[in-house]
Design a protein around this ligand. Structure first.
Ligand SMILES: Cc1ncc(C[n+]2csc(CCOP(=O)(O)OP(=O)(O)O)c2C)c(N)n1
Length: 598
């Protein structure tokens, strides 16, 4: 894309573009909604911009790779979803002590409403916890500008900077004006400086006050930041951060104006003088922010410390859970200022109610076959699981997931259940998740001799987040060939009895599972077959021989394949030829051999 050209861009692409314009050299990421399009975009254009883009095995490693590049003087970007920052928190909370050399930006894409996440934590708290500057974009254009500014700030102050978009700002699309691509940092070199690079206690004690000085320096910079602005005037005020400021702008328009709005883009550290001068002379100020009262609590403390008598409202009117929208914000603003709430604001074309479509495993998904076999061989087992497409094994009729906590937890939780005396425990974990955080858990299981069966659902990709490659797939983020780490070899090397099966071969899979269940210590079954969406199957769909079908519904009640339905009048099963991938599992399950090749 040429300079100063307007283009329709997704927020995440705008972040990627901002990084390119800032001269980023090294990008390391672990995928996760709503962040995944950032590395995908950058990997596509990496070679045109002499960038190096990789998927790390997990977010901790992604951040550490970015740190190494930054310490060598280059600009580096690490991207992840909000819960990924939990995984990366260990290096992060000491990185602010050591500081950075080349600008380092950490994108934490937060997910209010848990659209595709296990929780909706507010990572602005991480910025506070780590004493890290944080910027929150309200639009794709601002996402681009902020990313560039974040690199400059990071390098100027020597701290990593968090860019904290949320699902809406990551995924909305708007016209974005791109700018010039600045040259990358050159003369990459690591300079020995043990006081700032080796976090022994004697150094850490000195680095902490240094960090506090740096963050106050950033606060000064933020007093003048172009990402904060005041519009309107009057004794009624609203303070809004990030995407909430877009809802506030619509709400104020719907309510006829007459309010002053402070839009905050710099969410940590807060610009105290700017806030204090905004509060002065106001009767009531409403703080509008998604999720936690991060700004609200600080503004209340500020008003108290400065002796500013203003009525401050916030989470008493604005929900603390879920995403906000213009309707919610308009009602909160109206209530805060005693205004009549207008009828639901018209935003966009009328929406059509779509039929509900609960998520299910795809037709032909190898995970279904594996779960079917586990259900047959481990009827009484507690089935711990993990995060990935296979978590959908929780829904009937498979109902083969009893626990799911966070990535990699299936194995540890299984070991805990075994330690608590549970006789049969089967853990299921995907291949990407195994590399992410399953490896240390398996080491621990072997070391402590926990009697658990671990089934690694190896569909040769990170399917859930968009088919990203991982250390077992043989390609890099930039599409180059890579060493392919063989999961079974790793498990064997760790000392776990290991079987490798094709899950579509039901008898062989059940045999391996039965053998694994009989092992006294941890045993691994690698169920290896590519994701159905990666395979372009050429076999014709299977059909139900209505003469042979007895209407027993076993193919439906045991598998839950979306391609199979039941014709109530004929009392026969039916296979949708458009959905069937001819995986053959239902044909093996049918006791009457009624499912056949056409
Ligand atoms: C800490 C963390 N990082 C990233 C994610 C996003 N995420 C959910 S599942 C998953 C990986 C799924 O891949 P895999 O384990 O191979 O299972 P598949 O979806 O292919 O069945 C990712 C990256 C997350 N939920 N938590």
């Amino acid at each position: 894309m040429g300079a100063t050209m307007k283009q329709l861009m997704m927020g995440n692409e705008a972040i990627g573009r901002g990084a390119v314009e800032a001269g980023v050299s090294v990008v390391s990421a672990y995928p996760g909604t709503p962040s995944s399009e950032i590395p995908a975009y950058l990997a596509r254009i990496a070679k045109d911009h002499a960038m190096y883009v990789e998927y790390a095995a997990n977010e901790k490693v992604a951040l550490e790779v970015a740190i190494g590049a930054s310490w060598a003087g280059l600009r580096a970007l690490a991207t992840m979803k909000h819960v990924g920052v939990n995984v990366a928190a260990d290096p992060l909370l000491s990185l602010t002590y050591t500081g950075v050399k080349g600008g380092l930006v950490l994108v934490s894409a937060d997910d209010p409403s848990c659209h595709s996440s296990q929780n909706e934590q507010d990572n602005r708290y991480y910025a506070m916890l780590a004493s890290m500057p944080a910027l929150e974009p309200a639009s794709p254009q601002e996402a681009l500008e902020m990313t560039k500014a974040a690199f400059d700030l990071s390098e100027a102050v020597g701290l990593p900077v968090m860019l904290r978009p949320t699902t809406r700002s990551c995924h909305c699309r708007a016209d974005v004006e791109a700018g010039e691509v600045r040259p990358q940092n050159t003369g990459s070199s690591f300079e020995r400086d043990v006081r700032h690079r080796v976090t022994i206690p004697a150094h850490a004690r000195l680095l902490h006050p240094e960090l506090l000085r740096k963050i106050e320096q950033v606060r000064e910079t933020f007093e003048e930041s172009p990402f904060n602005s005041v519009t309107g005037s009057g004794s009624r005020g609203i303070i809004a951060s990030g995407i909430s400021s877009a809802y506030v702008a619509e709400a104020v328009a719907a309510l006829g104006g007459g309010m002053a709005v402070l839009k905050l883009g710099t969410v940590h550290p807060l610009p105290r003088r700017l806030l204090a001068s905004f509060l002065e002379g106001k009767d009531t100020v409403l703080v509008v922010e998604e999720m936690e009262p991060v700004v609200e609590c600080q503004v209340k403390a500020l008003a108290f410390e400065e002796g500013i008598g203003v009525s401050l409202r916030g989470k008493d009117l604005v929900p603390r859970t879920g995403e906000l929208d213009t309707g919610i914000v308009t009602r909160a603003v109206a209530e805060a200022f005693g205004l009549p709430s207008p009828a639901a604001p018209a935003c966009g074309p009328e929406t059509v109610a779509l039929p509900p479509r609960p998520p299910v495993l795809c037709p032909g998904c190898p995970h279904r076959a594996t779960f079917y076999c586990i259900n047959k061989t481990s009827k009484k087992a507690i089935k711990t699981s993990d995060i990935g497409c296979y978590t959908l094994g929780v829904v009937p009729p498979l109902s083969a997931v009893d626990t799911c906590l966070c990535m990699g937890a299936s194995i540890g939780v299984a070991c805990g259940l075994a330690a608590a005396g549970t006789n049969e425990v089967v853990a299921t974990i995907g291949d990407s998740t195994f590399f992410h955080t399953g490896l240390p858990a398996l080491a621990s299981a072997v070391y402590n001799r926990h009697r658990v069966t671990i089934v690694i659902l190896d569909n040769r990709t990170t399917a859930m987040t968009g088919h990203q490659p991982h250390p077992g797939t043989g390609t890099t983020a930039m599409g180059d060939p890579a060493p392919m780490i063989d999961i079974a070899t790793v498990c064997e090397a760790m000392g776990a009895a290991t079987w490798v099966v094709d899950p579509f071969d039901l008898p062989a899979t059940m045999e391996a599972l039965t053998a694994a269940n009989a092992v006294e210590g941890p045993a691994v079954v690698v169920a290896k077959s590519p994701c159905a969406l990666l395979l372009k199957r050429s076999e014709p769909p299977l059909v139900v021989d209505e003469e042979a079908c007895t209407g027993c519904k076993l193919c439906i009640t045991q598998l839950g394949c979306p391609a199979i339905t039941f014709k109530d009048e004929e009392k026969k099963s039916h296979i949708d030829p458009l959905l069937c991938t001819a995986c053959g599992v239902c044909a093996q399950v049918c006791r009457f051999k009624a499912i056949k090749n056409e």
